[in-house]
Design a protein around this ligand. Structure first.
Ligand code: G6P
Length: 365
């Protein structure tokens, strides 16, 4: 079946707008009566000691986000790597390891090779894919579909938030299997995930605001993204999205690492985008933000109303997000990251859906 832009100027805009409804599909598929239900016999994380997650590009940042979830709520040791490194470093895979591969297309050559490396070594091979008939899905013991529907824009958007959603659900299942959550606590965590589509609709209404800010960002040569915890992963995804389609040089740093080098880059020409939902590390992130401002940096703060109040004066621009539980904040904060990249690219007049030098699916090494 052919896919059209549904009245949007670009596939990317359509795919950003679609997220609340496609996410609801994944939620309906995996959550039944307040409990996680996996297809094909699922997996029992009680018999798994550690998780190795491997992917490329945006899918890798979904793994980086999920590492925080699996470690925090399921107390599960997690190793992550980009597939092109993983496959050649020949990592020892000990008994009790589940290997999990995340891929929109299910055909990325390096990710597939990494999966094949784990065959016969890992106890269980899992994949989180958008294309259920893909090579990666077929070669996994358990393939978990993200149900995002066809993604046409080269820069991944709805596949990313659907990957995050499936991984968050999987982390809840792992927490429950490993005795770190009882059924009621799992149901409560799943309710938080189920609250995301409605919050996303609110965040999507920030389109105009991000459009205004993006006109300013389009003038920049370099842009930094900062975050802590799972927001560090989102900072990476925001920087990747921006460089992919606007061709502006963008880098992500862990907020606390700023003082160890990158702060030397800060001056009044470098916008610094701070992703700061009010989570356990909010105060620390804000103090790093103040270090940037003290050096004349232009801060674009993404937080909620109370967060903006606590951050005080002197911020260059603010994007006000809905209040959200910290557990699911990474899924919601993907929206402003995507909107900023999209509007900045549009302001610069680049080819949003087909950025230069990039391919939707990289099936050669
Ligand atoms: C390409 C795409 C990216 C994508 C990456 C991994 O580089 O341009 O958007 O994140 O491949 O693709 P996959 O299909 O494995 O998720």
């Amino acid at each position: 079946t052919s896919v059209d832009k549904g009245g949007h100027k670009h596939f990317m805009a359509k795919e950003i707008a679609e997220q609340p409804s496609v996410l609801a599909n994944s939620l309906g598929y995996y959550i039944k009566d307040g409990q996680v239900e996996l297809p094909d016999g699922g997996i029992d994380f009680a018999s798994i000691d550690r998780l190795t997650m491997v992917a490329c590009g945006t899918a890798f940042y979904a793994c980086l986000t999920a590492k925080y979830w699996f470690e925090q709520i399921a107390r599960m040791p997690v190793e992550i790597d980009v597939a092109s490194e993983f496959r050649y470093r020949e990592p020892p895979i000990s008994k009790g390891t589940a290997a999990l591969f995340v891929s929109q297309s299910g055909e990325t050559a390096d990710t597939l090779a990494a999966l094949r490396y784990c065959e016969g070594k890992a106890d269980k091979i899992l994949s989180v894919v958008n294309v259920p008939e893909s090579s990666i899905a077929r070669e996994s013991d358990l393939a978990l579909p993200i149900l995002a529907g066809a993604e046409i824009g080269v820069a991944s958007t709805k596949a990313f938030t659907c990957q995050l959603t499936v991984l968050a659900i999987l982390a809840v299942k792992a927490a429950q299997d490993r005795g770190h959550m009882d059924a009621a606590q799992a149901a409560e965590a799943l309710e938080k995930i189920k609250s995301v589509p409605a919050l996303m609709n609110q965040a999507l209404s920030l389109g105009e605001r991000t459009n205004d800010v993006s006109k300013l960002l389009a003038e920049a040569r370099d842009i930094l993204f900062l975050g802590r915890g799972p927001m560090y992963a989102l900072a990476h995804e925001g920087a990747l999205k921006l460089k992919e389609i606007s061709y502006i040089h963008a880098e992500a740093y862990a907020s606390g690492e700023l003082k160890h080098g990158p702060i030397a880059l800060v001056d009044k020409h470098v916008p610094v985008i701070v992703m700061a939902p009010r989570d356990a590390l909010f105060d620390k992130t804000i103090s790093n933000m103040q270090e940037v401002m003290a050096r004349g940096g232009k801060v674009l703060l993404i937080t909620d109303k109370q967060g903006a109040k606590e951050a005080g004066d002197g911020v260059w621009e603010t994007i006000l997000m809905p209040e959200v539980d910290p557990f699911v904040a990474p899924i919601l904060y993907a929206i402003p990251a995507q909107l900023i990249a999209y509007h900045t690219a549009v302001a610069k007049g680049t080819d949003v859906d087909q950025p230069r030098n990039l391919a939707k699916s990289v099936t050669v090494e």
